[in-house]
Design a protein around this ligand. Structure first.
Ligand SMILES: Cc1ncc(COP(=O)(O)O)c(C=O)c1O
Length: 384
């Protein structure tokens, strides 16, 4: 029997490999997946239970329930100052669903999409699933003000879109407003779509995090992809959304019919409750991550071989391990075997990530600090 080229070209993810391997150890500290241990806040759980009690267990419109699209519209207006009507919003099965369906809405076979690396690995596979080609621009090398120039040099007559992710998984870096203006200028000049993945937008500890949507003329060519997953610790609810010009929002909803039909109904009602009471819930989650990242950073900086900047957002630390003399995979697999700590090798996020590891601060502060001590021991061990 044969399988399709789509399957053959779908690269197995190193993140998952490390996660799966970590399950071989019963005492492992698993810092691989971006799935924090923080419980979903009680008001959201209560809303989900109420919805189940009311038999909200059916199909919904492909674009999602109106109450949720209205709540998303109010939330985006409050945070970014940009108004979306309900027909410019499509609810999806997580941001993952929104990203893939957005890509499928704007890419034809043979087109190109620019991805800033290191990047969340799903972007590569999702572009390949549309039979378009991912084109990479290295974000770690060079000065921040050179980014727009590098992106422009990657544009060809096949380029249809660029995807940005600020704050970034895996680096936690936030694009400055100047960088966003540079990217907006290129998108306008070359008539490109910008897919803006903002799933970490509310997890920012220091400085400002702006959206490309705030720039004049960008609502028309931006596809905003977001979700309740990280923001409210609701990864398992699988609710995300796309805000975009009507043709794209409606294309996403049409494609959704053939993939999921709709996002889970009671989870959509729970998401309304999350967005309606968003401020205190997201502040508490952000504060938890701020404390965890700070504690972990302070501990890791005791190593002579690990280099890391101040954590400003997300719950990921992207740590430079080059001074250890190990490759990213040697470090990650060695650390797992010797210390039973699972982290992700930086090359999981493409070539630019070689020489780094990503640590997801998804456990309690106490467990993270204990893990950090073992990581330092491993990093500073004499190797002949
Ligand atoms: C950058 C980025 N975008 C999207 C997602 C997917 O989020 P969701 O759970 O809403 O599908 C993730 C999950 O790790 C992510 O890191």
């Amino acid at each position: 029997m044969f399988v399709s080229r789509t399957v053959k070209e779908n690269e197995p993810q190193l993140v998952r490999k490390l996660y799966d391997k970590s399950k071989e150890y019963s005492d492992v500290a698993d810092l691989t997946l971006g799935d924090p241990d923080i419980p979903t806040p009680k008001p959201i759980i209560d809303a989900a239970c109420r919805a189940l009690g009311e038999n909200k267990t059916k199909y919904t419109a492909n674009a999602g329930i109106t109450e949720l699209r209205e709540a998303i519209g109010r939330d985006v207006k409050k945070r970014l100052g940009v108004y979306y009507s309900t027909d410019e919003i499509a609810v999806t099965a997580g941001a993952m669903g929104g990203l893939y369906l957005s890509a499928a809405s704007v890419l034809d076979p043979g087109d190109e999409m620019i991805i800033l690396e290191p990047h969340w690995p799903n972007y590569t596979n999702m572009v390949k699933m549309t039979k378009a080609a991912p084109i990479y621009v290295n974000c770690l090398e060079g000065a921040p003000e050179e980014l727009a120039g590098k992106i422009e040099r990657a544009v060809t007559d096949k380029t249809k879109a660029v995807i940005i992710n600020s704050p970034s998984n895996p680096t936690g870096a936030v694009l400055t407003f100047e960088q966003l203006k540079g990217i907006a200028g290129i998108a306008k000049k070359h008539d490109l779509w910008v897919l803006s993945d903002e799933v970490y937008h509310t997890i920012v500890f220091e400085g400002e995090c702006r959206s490309i949507l705030e720039i004049e003329g960008m609502k028309e060519r931006t596809i905003l992809i977001d979700s309740v997953s990280k923001r409210f610790s609701m990864t398992g609810f699988r609710v995300g959304f796309v805000c975009a010009p009507k043709e794209i929002a409606s294309a996403v909803a049409t494609l959704e019919e053939n993939v999921n039909s709709c996002a889970c109904m009671f989870a959509q009602y729970a998401s309304v409750a999350a967005l309606e009471n968003s401020s205190p819930l997201e502040k508490a989650i952000c504060e938890t991550f701020r404390k965890r990242c700070r504690a972990m950073t302070n501990e890791l900086r005791k190593s002579k071989n690990l280099v890391l900047g101040d954590a400003v957002s997300t719950f990921y630390l992207f740590v430079d391990i080059k001074k250890t003399g190990l490759t990213s995979e040697e470090f990650a697999y060695g650390l797992l075997d010797e210390k039973h700590i699972a982290v992700v090798p930086g090359n999981a996020f493409n070539k630019a990530g070689e020489g780094y590891i990503r640590i997801a601060c998804t456990l309690s502060e106490e467990k993270l600090v204990a893990a950090a001590r073992k990581i330092v021991e491993f990093a500073d061990k004499e190797r002949s």
